[in-house]
Design a protein around this ligand. Structure first.
Ligand SMILES: C[S@@+](CC[C@H](N)C(=O)[O-])C[C@H]1O[C@@H](n2cnc3c(N)ncnc32)[C@H](O)[C@@H]1O
Length: 307
C-alpha cells in the first residue's frame, strides 16, 4: 500500500504468478509498483522483472522507487509491445506475465488526469498523452452513429443513441468539452439517481475507445502467451465485464483450440492446446478487501499456465 494506489488481490496475484524465484517476469501495468514490489519481495537476485506503463507520472514514480534494484527494467511503452521489450532485454521467454488492467487510483483522483467526472476537468481520457486523439476531439468529430455505437458497445449504455444525439446537437466548432458538459446533458436525460451510473458508463466507453483498449488487450494476450515458457503463467486482473470476457475467451480458446465438428471421432484440425486454465471461476476480492479498498469491488483475477 502506498497511499497513491492500493494494489488489488496482491497475495493471490503473487501466489498464482511466481513459480520460479529466479525467473524472468513481466508486469504489463506497473503503475506505482504495488504489485511489482510484492513480486520482487518473492524473487531472488538472479530474477528479472521487466515492467511497463504508458502513464508519465506512474513511470517516473516507479523509476525512482526501483532505481536501486538491478533486477528491474522499466519501459514507458504500451504493453502490446511486450515482444519488443523482451527483445531489447534479450529475453526469449517469460516465467510469468502479469497485467492489472485499467487506471490507477492516482489517475482517478488526480483532476489533471481527467479520468474521473468527480472533478470538472477537460475531457481527455488518454492513458498515453502522446496519442493524437483525445475524448474532447472525439466528441467534436465522430458522427452521431459512431458515438452511439461507442456508448453502446463499450459502455453497455441503453441511452446511447439519445446521448449521442444531444452531444452532436451541443457541439460547436472547436468546442472544449468538460466533464460538466456531459453531466448536464445526462442530467437532463435520466432520473437523478441514474446520473452517476450513466456518467460512469459513458466515461468508460470513451476511455476504451480513445485508448483502443480492447484491441490492445487481445494483441497483448496473444503475444504474452507466445512468450511464456512451458510451465510459465499469465495472471490478469480485470475491472469490467468486457475486458474479463476477452481474457476468458482467449484463455478458453488456447485451452481447447480444436475446431473439428463434435461428431469427428479424432481431431483433424491439428490445433494443439497451449494453456491450462488455473481459475475455472474468476477469483474475486474478499469482503474484507472490498471493505478496505472499495475500488477492488469489481476485480476479477484469471490465471493460466503454458503447456
Ligand atoms: C490498475 S493500474 C496498475 C496498478 C499497479 N498494479 C500498482 O500496484 O501500482 C493500471 C496501470 O496500467 C497502465 N496502463 C493501462 N493500459 C496500458 C497499456 N496499454 N500499456 C501500458 N500501461 C497501461 C495505466 O496507466 C495504469 O498506471
Amino acid at each position: 500500500m502506498n497511499g497513491i494506489h492500493t494494489p488489488v488481490l496482491l497475495k493471490e496475484s503473487s501466489d498464482f504468478l511466481i513459480t520460479d524465484t529466479g525467473g524472468n517476469y513481466f508486469d504489463a501495468t506497473m503503475g506505482f509498483g504495488g504489485h511489482s514490489s510484492e513480486f520482487l519481495s518473492k524473487l531472488d537476485t538472479q530474477a528479472m522483472l521487466i515492467a511497463s506503463d504508458v502513464d508519465e507520472a506512474a513511470f517516473n514514480s516507479s523509476q525512482k522507487k526501483f532505481s536501486a534494484d538491478s533486477r528491474v527494467r522499466l519501459y514507458r511503452f504500451n504493453f502490446s509491445q511486450i515482444d519488443i521489450m523482451a527483445k531489447l532485454e534479450g529475453i526469449e521467454g517469460f516465467t510469468g506475465v502479469f497485467a492489472d488492467l485499467g487506471v490507477s487510483s492516482f489517475q482517478l483522483d488526480e483532476p489533471e488526469a481527467g479520468f474521473s467526472f468527480k472533478h470538472n476537468a477537460k475531457l481527455d481520457l488518454r492513458l498515453d498523452k502522446t496519442l493524437p486523439l483525445n475524448a474532447g476531439m472525439a466528441l467534436n468529430t465522430l458522427s452521431e452513429k459512431e458515438l452511439s455505437d461507442i456508448f453502446f458497445q463499450f459502455g453497455e449504455e441503453k441511452n446511447a443513441r439519445k446521448i449521442a444525439r444531444r452531444i452532436v446537437e451541443n457541439r460547436v466548432d472547436g468546442k472544449e468539452w468538460y466533464s460538466a458538459d456531459l453531466e448536464s446533458i445526462i442530467t437532463r436525460m435520466v432520473p437523478p439517481n441514474y446520473v452517476r451510473k450513466t456518467m460512469t458508463r459513458v466515461f468508460q466507453a470513451l476511455r476504451i475507445y480513445i485508448n483502443s483498449e480492447m484491441e490492445i488487450l487481445e494483441v497483448f494476450l496473444k503475444k504474452a502467451i507466445d512468450l511464456l515458457v512451458p510451465g510459465g503463467r499469465i495472471v490478469v486482473l480485470t475491472y469490467h465485464s468486457l475486458e474479463d470476457r476477452i481474457v476468458k475467451e482467449i484463455f478458453r480458446k488456447e485451452e481447447k483450440p480444436c475446431t473439428c465438428p463434435p461428431e469427428f471421432p479424432v481431431c483433424v484440425c491439428g490445433k494443439k492446446p497451449r494453456l491450462k486454465i488455473l481459475t475455472r471461476k474468476a477469483v474475486s476480492p474478499s469482503d474484507e478487501e472490498i471493505q478496505a479498498n472499495f475500488r477492488a469491488r469489481s476485480a476479477q483475477l484469471r490465471a493460466a499456465e503454458k503447456l
